[in-house]
Design a protein around this ligand. Sequence first.
Ligand SMILES: [Zn+2]
Length: 285
Amino acid sequence: MPEGDTIFRTARALSRALVGKPITGFRSTYPLLTRFNDDSPLAGQMVERVDPRGKWLLIHFSGGGTLATHMLMSGSWHIYRHGERWQQPGINMRIVLENSDYVAVGFIVPIAKLVWTRDVEQVLRIPPPAIDVLSEEFNAAEVARRVLAHADEEIGAVLLRQEVIAGVGNVFKSEICFVTATSPFSKVAELDAERVAGVIATARRLVKANVLEDSGGAIVTYGGRKRRTTHAADQGASLWVYGRGGQPCRSCGEQIRRRIHGPDVRVTFWCPQCQPTPDGSDVAG
Ligand SMILES: [Zn+2]
């Protein structure tokens, strides 16, 4: 699943290609989108704004409509010049937006809705900006309140709840827990307020650092961008624990553990030495 930073970068690219120019063409394989377009044609409207909101990407049109797409695992937006060859087969196309310069193509976008902008948050249950790590209106105290409401859940699981903190995906979950020396299997109730605040601040810092202009496509939490000399640099050197099961911890040398768990079969990576459980018990890797 794309993390918040991926959605942010997609929004930025779409924004550059689409905002301020009239739409000249719209196509979709989704009947509900084309029906909305029949009633309120997008062609001729301007794209006013492209917003990343949690895992949603929102394209706002001057006619009062918003195209909301949610990528889940598979979806992606590509931007092409007219006549340029697509990188995916046409059969994967779900949505096309065109202006005089560009063709934006949504491939295998599994969830797409066209709704009135004023109804977006209600209809899509989009997390409010106060809990979106990439929003200027992010409110750490509000997020802390929501985290603490899940006292008997593991912090690693709570970090993935989009109604608690939006924009943290599975990679960041493991990285945030490592950076704050927190066992992902600690119950929220076992963490003191200071640690909860630290986890939230770290979530915001790590995700934000990955949307900087020069941050490229890969998620980087270890060593920062300075260690990466090219975009193709060893991605294995860019994370503290995620994807590093069995390898030595970058901090203490202990073997990084990997565990698959939860109803949606999430994988978690952690260092048992750097991230002890509060009661000192071992967690099977
Ligand atoms: Zn360690």
